[in-house]
Write a new protein. Structure first.
Lengths: 310, 438
């Protein structure tokens, strides 16, 4: 079942089409990556998903019904990119307050806060103020307050930025655990490495449009350039074949591009026929990083302001 | 509604639980009163120890110029100004008056007071009055008019003000004036203090970016109303504390003076009895006047206009706070259109305490942006006298309609402003936020 179905969502501002006809679906229990350069319209899209703003056009189906911000707000957890907490408020009270705003009762909120504080080893922070915490600690607290109320949909905007590897791993583990327990996660970031590690499914947004949609594997297949690396003990002096072309040559390794109409096996056959020992043979898929840059570079990175008549 | 309540609780608790709350609640009125007391003290108290030498060669004063605590006149026999100049230079005197032998009190010759160190305005006036009074007597004598003749000619016939119906209420006008002025002024201060408190709170939430987290849990309107209600409750609590403190002091002061009175009775002879009589007389007169002010009407009205005015203005302040960005100076220019009507209110109020039924006062007390401040000045004069019952009801209805409108409008500005970062919005943009349909 899909927890979220977004259909032809549009949001126009006075000078920009911030979100222009975006549709996607999010399966229950999956981790969904939302990528895009700065100003692509991700925040606007997320704000509509969380019920903070309303779409000009289009539909958001949440949990099988059209999104009703007042009722569904308790089932959604949102951690914005710009992290914000009350600086002068005690940490325990702050977590309780945010949990109660999500609709938890006093006792239940207290129980959950204690549970999460124990899990993240934050019990000693209870009476500290936010201004006493380091940036990474604040981020941990923010993550806790986002997931306290056991939301079905968790939206995380850059949740790992500014965290050291230990804490980043802690949060990552929690994200996996929450997804395993049935929560769906929308993960928005610029860091492609995190996406490859975490996300099942991604979309790439640029200039208000969705430009890519699929699993990480699918997208890599889509953008693969038939590159293979082969390492042999003795590279033949001249390579003459129509099956592939050498792109790069190092001491004992070759990067080859299999030509249109040929298959990778022909590379191996060629080297076997040449009588050299093959140590390894591997397909070189493009990284998401490269795909991201390739897709985005086709269009100017900075969005231009335009006059919208809608 | 439930979430509004949770937000209001936080706003209330975070302010009241602070250590500074009780301190500032008690210190603030003390500071204000202390400030006024100091001001009054310094304005009443003139320059101490002014010693003025008088060289009366014409013998105009006959050595009869009376000294008092602040100005001392001393008659000297110096014959020239030069020797007096020296004495002033040596600081024996602060200044001197030299009256030449040929001085004629009937002429309009100027009498000069020479001084070294500047003499304050109040002291100057004192000297002038003293000298003039004596000179006047001299002139009258010269014209053969006795002081008693003059007094009987000058005797002022008393003019008494009596309303056509009902009995005379002396002293009431003065007290109504004071009560009206004080309550109007209090509301004015309250609007400012708590209004800006709301504004700063909203701006803080926006700048620290917590607003986005919160509005993903509650509707922006709930957040705004929660803040307004919470801070309003802080104001109310502060007020109750002040009223309690006031009543306690009021109750304690008669006890103290009563103790004094009984002490006075122990003094043998008539002096003690007289003192007691005078005191109890003054006390009962004060109580009688207090009775004439209708507190049963005044207090509920004060609460109503305090709450109404607060709700009306705090939502506007919240709207301004939501438009502010990192730069706190943004608030300065945006806040002006809101503070102007409050200031107008206080200007109209000072007129209205004098003349509660003038057209300006009627307008000011009906117009919801000024009515919280102005109406109190009129109510202090009593319902049929200062303001008709119809006007009072109309003003209250307008005020309720006014704050419903401003909270509705501010809510729309707030909803957009709280999530808008970057440049400061113009008034035109905020107008658009308020009145577009979504």
């Amino acid at each position: 079942m899909n927890i979220l179905e977004v259909k032809h969502l549009k949001k126009y501002f006075a000078t920009q089409k911030a979100v222009d006809d975006i549709s996607f679906t999010l399966a229950e229990g999956s981790i969904f990556g939302m990528l895009g350069p700065n100003g692509a319209g991700k925040t606007t899209l997320i704000r509509m998903l969380t019920g903070i703003t309303f779409p000009d056009e289009g539909e958001i189906i949440f949990n099988g019904r059209p999104l009703d911000p007042v009722k569904d707000i308790g089932l959604i957890g949102y951690m914005p990119e710009e992290k914000g907490l009350y600086k002068k408020m005690k940490i325990g009270e702050q977590a309780l307050y945010l949990a109660r705003l999500k609709g938890l009762g006093k006792l239940e909120a207290m129980e959950r806060v204690r549970e999460w504080f124990t899990r993240f080893e934050m019990q000693s922070w209870w009476n500290k103020k936010v201004e006493d915490l380091s940036k990474g600690m604040q981020q941990k607290l923010q993550f806790v307050t986002t997931v306290l109320h056991q939301p079905k949909l968790i939206i995380l905007d850059e949740p790992l930025s500014g965290l050291d590897p230990v804490n980043a791993d802690l949060i990552k583990r929690e994200i996996f655990r929450l997804a395993k327990e049935g929560a769906s996660v929308i993960f928005s970031t610029h860091r492609m490495k995190e996406v490859e590690e975490i996300c099942d499914h991604i979309i790439l947004v640029n200039k208000g449009h969705k430009v890519l949609d699929g699993t990480v594997k699918e997208i890599k297949q889509l953008y693969k350039q038939n590159l293979f690396s082969i390492s042999v003990d003795n590279i033949p002096a001249t390579i003459n074949t129509s099956a592939f072309k050498v792109v790069k040559q190092e001491a004992d390794q070759l990067l080859v591009k299999v030509q249109e109409g040929h298959i990778p096996n022909e590379v191996l056959q060629y080297f076997l026929a040449a009588g050299v020992n093959i140590h390894s043979f591997q397909e070189q898929l493009p990284s998401l990083h490269d795909i991201f840059i390739r897709v985005v570079e086709d269009t100017p990175t900075a969005r231009q302001f335009e006059k919208i008549t809608a | 509604m439930n979430k509004t309540w949770i937000v209001a609780q936080r706003e209330f608790n975070s302010r009241v639980k602070k250590k500074t709350f009780l301190l500032s609640t008690i210190l603030f009125p003390l500071l204000i009163f202390g400030f006024y007391a100091l001001m009054i003290y310094f304005s009443v108290k003139g320059n101490d120890d002014l010693r003025i030498a008088i060289a009366d060669r014409a013998n105009v004063f006959n050595g009869k110029l009376e000294s008092d605590k602040e100005v001392k006149f001393e008659f000297v026999n110096d014959t020239s100004r030069a020797s007096l100049d020296q004495k002033v230079a040596k600081k024996e005197f602060s200044g001197y008056i030299f009256i030449p032998a040929n001085y004629n009190p009937l002429s309009s010759d100027t009498m000069n007071v020479f001084y070294n160190k500047t003499i304050g305005m109040i002291s100057q006036e004192r000297i002038e009055r003293r000298v003039n009074k004596l000179l006047e007597q001299k002139r009258l004598l010269a014209l053969n008019i006795t002081q008693t003749q003059l007094d009987s000619a000058r005797r002022s016939s008393e003019v008494e003000f009596k309303p056509i119906s009902g009995e005379k209420d002396k002293n009431k006008a003065g007290l109504s004036y004071a009560v009206g002025f004080i309550s109007g002024f209090l509301i004015y201060i309250i609007l400012f203090i708590y209004g800006t408190m709301v504004m700063r709170g909203v701006a803080e939430e926006k700048v620290t970016r917590i607003a986005e987290v919160i509005v993903s849990s509650v509707k922006p309107f709930q957040l705004m109303m929660g803040k307004i209600i919470g801070i309003g409750a802080v104001g109310l609590l502060q007020f109750i504390i002040w009223i309690l403190l006031g009543t306690v002091t009021m109750a304690v002061i008669p006890l103290l003076t009563g103790g004094d009175a009984s002490a006075a009775q122990n003094i043998p002879g008539g002096a003690g009895a007289m003192a007691t009589a005078a005191q109890s007389g003054a006390g009962s007169a004060f109580m009688a006047v207090m009775d004439q002010i209708n507190f049963a009407l005044l207090l509920p009205c004060f609460l109503f206009y305090f709450l109404g005015g607060y709700l009306l203005y705090s939502s506007l302040f919240a709207a301004v706070g939501s438009a502010v960005n990192e730069d706190p100076q943004d608030a300065q220019s945006l806040i002006l259109p809101i503070t102007l009507p409050i200031i107008f209110g206080i200007v109209i109020m000072t007129k209205a305490v004098n003349d509660p039924t003038s057209n300006l006062a009627i307008f000011g007390s009906l117009f919801p942006l000024t009515s919280p401040v102005v109406m109190m000045a009129r109510i202090a004069h009593g319902v049929p006298d200062g303001v008709s019952a119809l006007e009072l009801v109309l003003s209250m209805v307008f005020l309720v309609a006014g704050f419903l409108f401003t909270t509705w409008m501010a809510g729309k500005i707030y909803r957009t402003g709280i999530l808008m970062y970057g440049k400061k919005p113009t008034w035109k943009e905020m107008w658009k936020w308020a009145f577009r349909n979504h």
